[in-house]
Ligand binder design. Structure first.
Ligand SMILES: Cc1cc2nc3c(=O)[nH]c(=O)nc-3n(C[C@H](O)[C@H](O)[C@H](O)COP(=O)(O)OP(=O)(O)OC[C@H]3O[C@@H](n4cnc5c(N)ncnc54)[C@H](O)[C@@H]3O)c2cc1C
Length: 504
């Protein structure tokens, strides 16, 4: 290790973000002369929600060297092939946002261009029928593609539903085994170096001071170090994302768990339904300017499929991001770095993305500003990209049944999103090069699903022979359907590979 190497990292907070960071550091940093301390407070607890993920989490589990089935068995996990959206474009409509691509591209022209052309010639079923994940989800089936699986199975892409508290406990056991020192205690203060402005230590309620060279702030919404100590500032996006409250409650399962999340739009927000192995996670995300807490709770409870297992838990938040994800010697991860509502299950991914970027730009004791600036630039980009995708769901609606939807439908959106929508509207174009999240298929699913049909398609799609493409599309659709029919049911797959070992 060089003289400048960081030798002591202090992680503040033991929610999903804190333990993901701890597990990743033990896997990717040379630990011979490195101490990793994680401080958490049982008295404060964690946010206690966050059950749905997106496919990159597979890579995170692989990176930290854990077996996916073990993770699912430990966290009551199930598989997620996408999200079914109900009532978003208009009341009574539904569509599916599948993971993985739609169809197969041909001679450099994206599949959806052929779909758009064909849809003008004859009535076509929903584009989900040209998706491996979409077809499997519709039948309640699941299979994990192997490297040598024949097409189209390798197109199936999946993520997980799990109990995030159990996932964090799993990561805690792993991290402690690998040498992370866990400190239980409530942080009441922090000391800073008067010349550099860097945090030197945090002080616990019992008077203990814990020193560090690099601090990872995973303390949740409050941002104990990044905000309360360093005054970093928060960029508020609530004018684009007006939902600012949530109520969550679990119910028993009433049937086998579906391999997808469902999001149902309501008149001032939306309701999630996330099936785990042992229960259904439910929650309502809503705008407090349009619904009171009591109205929201009533909406949630009257739309459950079974009796709630407890009183609903209420949470509040402000959509936005910390102006600097990394300030001085503090890197914020998780809720302390910002929050975009869970409509596309992106928060845990933003933790993962922050960890990966931090490892790639890992500082030494000299804290070269170029590393910090680049980290902040990259995190801003990924946060804004997620923001735009979520705003799209609100903007691209024809609903006019409430003040909330009238506001969303007519609001100004960020320029970056307005451009995306205009490019799509003209000739179905989507450009996602260099973007880490939500590829073309995701944007196509939401744009088409919420009723924005492009006026034309790319000239290159028109150049392909019509009868040949039409026939190829029918064959493709059939092959997704047949492949899905041959898969085990989701519930059988879980029973065979990752049935929960512990009762939560
Ligand atoms: C309604 C809702 C639904 C969500 N759904 C999803 C979803 O489906 N998918 C998804 O990816 N994400 C979801 N999220 C986000 C997800 O819950 C979080 O991103 C994730 O749990 C990480 O939280 P965290 O670790 O940053 O914070 P927390 O879970 O709040 O953990 C904070 C930690 O800091 C500690 N701490 C705080 N103050 C102190 C102190 N003074 N001293 C010592 N310790 C302290 C606490 O004890 C705790 O250990 C959702 C969030 C909300 C609000």
């Amino acid at each position: 290790m060089s003289d400048h190497a960081i030798r002591r990292i202090v992680i503040v907070g033991g929610g999903t973000a804190g333990w993901m960071a701890a597990a990743a550091f033990t896997s990717l940093l040379d630990q011979r002369e490195l101490e990793i301390v994680l401080i958490e407070s049982d008295e404060i607890g964690t946010v206690g929600v966050g059950e749905a993920t997106i496919p990159p989490l597979q890579a995170f589990n692989h990176m930290i060297g854990v077996n996916e089935d073990e993770v699912l068995a430990a966290s009551q996990g199930s598989f997620k092939l996408g999200i079914e959206f109900v009532g978003w474009g208009a009341i009574g409509e539904r569509y599916f946002h599948p993971f993985g691509p739609h169809g197969q591209d041909y001679r450099g022209v994206l599949f959806h261009q052929f779909y758009l052309r064909e849809a003008k010639r004859r009535p076509l079923p929903d584009i989900r029928e040209w998706s491996m994940s979409g077809a499997a989800a519709e039948l309640g089936r699941f299979a994990r593609p192997a490297p040598n699986s024949p097409m189209p199975l390798p197109q199936l892409s999946y993520a997980f539903h799990f109990d995030a508290g159990l996932y964090a406990q799993f990561l805690r056991r792993l991290s402690e085994k690998r040498g992370v020192q866990r400190v239980e205690g409530k942080i009441v203060d922090a000391t800073t170096n008067s010349s550099s402005g860097h945090i030197q230590s945090v002080t616990l309620a019992d008077g203990r001071a814990i020193e560090g060279e690099l601090f990872i702030d995973c303390s949740g919404f409050r941002g104990l170090l990044i905000e309360e100590k360093l005054d970093t500032g928060y960029e508020d996006w609530s004018h684009w994302l007006p939902c600012d409250h949530a109520a969550a409650v679990a119910t028993p399962l009433t049937g086998p768990p579906d391999p997808f999340t469902r999001s149902t739009a309501r008149s001032a927000g939306w309701q999630w339904r996330i099936p785990l192995q042992h229960r259904m996670g439910n929650g309502l995300v809503y705008s407090s300017a349009h619904w009171s807490r009591e109205q929201a709770e009533e909406q949630l409870l009257q739309n459950l499929e079974a009796e709630p297992q407890a009183q609903p838990r209420h949470l509040s938040f402000t959509a936005g991001r910390r102006r600097l994800a990394w300030n001085a010697n503090v890197v914020s991860l998780g809720l302390s770095s910002g929050f975009v509502e869970p409509l596309e299950s992106t928060s845990i991914h933003l933790v993962q993305s922050g960890i990966a970027k931090l490892i790639a730009l890992f500082p030494d004791k000299r804290f070269n500003p170029i590393e910090r600036d680049e980290y902040n630039r990259q995190m801003q980009e990924v946060f804004e990209d997620v923001r735009d995708f979520i705003i799209l769901h609100y903007k691209a609606t024809r609903r006019d049944d409430s003040e909330f939807w009238n506001y969303c439908r007519t609001m100004e959106v960020p320029e970056s999103l307005a451009t995306m929508i205009e490019l799509w509207r003209a000739k179905g174009r989507i450009f996602r090069q260099g973007r880490e999240l939500f590829g073309t298929a995701s944007w196509v699913a939401v744009l088409l699903g919420q009723g924005i049909m492009p006026e034309e398609q790319e000239p290159a799609a028109n150049a392909m022979e019509e009868a040949f493409m039409s026939n190829a599309m029918d064959q493709m659709r059939l092959s997704y359907r047949r492949t899905a029919e041959q898969m085990p049911t989701h519930v059988d797959f879980i029973a065979r590979h990752c049935a929960a070992r512990q009762q939560a």
